[in-house]
Design a protein around this ligand. Structure first.
Ligand SMILES: [Zn+2]
Length: 333
């Protein structure tokens, strides 16, 4: 990936800037976290991929996008780059990526894995580590400090999920669109007078509209559980939740900066081995197209023209309730 980024930077002739977050910190295993910055517009958009180390197609999609931004002179790309600046972290969890694990492993000062009281390596889900009692992993603090400096206007977080089908159909879901603090749920409507409750739904609908007419793309809403009724997540410990809440950990974000964020969940994990070579191309392409569309919509403010209530048009299972950090909250409470 590093070689790929440097190549993109080189061929872009300065359009794409590539640098590390070493000044903010490195990973637990002392690897650098890379950022690619492109565009010169006032709308700051944060893109992060592979916070879970076994979710690799997301990185490929970001790399494709950076390549396009570095070389392509299309009107769409020009519009994005004139109106927005993109801050992309193609691989948030480099250690996990090399280990092909969702989590990362914590290390002590002597460079040995930290052990729990049963002698096992201590691992941590980086996507639960932006919390008042979190920041256990060095990379969490490094990226959080950088986020607090950048103060983005919007964020998008790229993931993979297991296999599911679109409600009421036999179609295998190729991508789910989600918000880590559920729209119309227990938390989001109370933030900024409901502004992010609208913006996150508008962002989701905008991506849905951009992808829904492609033949083999079957998009739905991200939900958890199995069976006829499912849950939406409302987790305050998630990284992009902390962004929406405006977490001020250790006085690193004293102004309480916050921004709306959505996530993409692409079908399949590399861990599961259920991604045949043949299917990878169109899934990566789907991420790429969805991301490019969203960046255009945010750069031009077109996203704000969307009716947020159309979020209900994105296919979803009947809602049983919300999966929160402290348990299930039934729907309608
Ligand atoms: Zn993930």
């Amino acid at each position: 990936m590093i070689k790929g980024l440097k190549q993109i930077e080189h061929t872009s002739k300065g359009k794409v800037e590539v640098f590390t977050l070493d000044d903010y910190g490195k990973s637990e295993q002392d690897r650098s976290i890379y950022v690619a910055k492109v565009g010169s517009g006032p709308v700051k958009i944060w893109v992060q991929a592979q916070i879970h180390g076994d979710e690799k197609l997301t990185t490929g999609a970001v790399m494709e996008l950076l390549k396009t931004f570095g070389s392509n002179g299309s009107k769409e790309v020009k519009t994005i780059l004139e109106n927005a600046t993109i801050y992309a972290i193609p691989m948030y969890n480099p250690d996990g990526s090399l280990m092909n694990t969702r989590t990362t492993t914590l290390y002590d000062e002597s460079g040995e894995p930290r052990k729990d009281n049963r002698g096992r390596n201590m691992t941590i889900d980086l996507n639960r580590d932006w919390a008042e009692n979190g920041f256990a992993a060095k990379e969490s603090l490094a990226v959080y400090k950088y986020w607090a400096d950048v103060k983005p206007d919007y964020a998008v977080d790229l993931h993979h999920q297991g296999l599911k089908t679109v409600y009421g159909t036999n179609y295998s879901t190729s991508m789910s669109l989600g918000v880590s603090l559920a729209p119309n749920g227990p938390t989001l409507p109370g933030i900024k007078g409901g502004l992010y409750n609208d913006l996150t739904r508008q962002m989701s609908v905008y991506v849905y509209d951009a992808l829904k007419d492609y033949g083999h793309m079957h998009i739905d809403r991200y939900q958890t559980g199995s069976g006829e009724k499912r849950y939406e997540i409302d987790i305050k410990g998630g990284v992009v939740s902390a962004m929406m809440i405006g977490l001020n950990y250790d006085n690193i974000n004293p102004t309480g900066h916050s921004n709306p964020a959505i996530f993409f969940e692409t079908k399949g994990n590399t861990r599961d081995g259920n991604l045949g070579q043949k299917s990878n191309g169109h899934l990566e392409k789907q991420n790429y197209l969805g991301l490019k569309a969203l960046l255009y919509g945010l750069a031009t403010d077109e996203v704000k023209q969307v009716d947020p209530d159309r979020w209900e048009e994105i296919p979803a299972y009947p809602l049983a309730g919300y999966q929160t950090d402290t348990g299930i909250v039934p729907a309608g409470n």
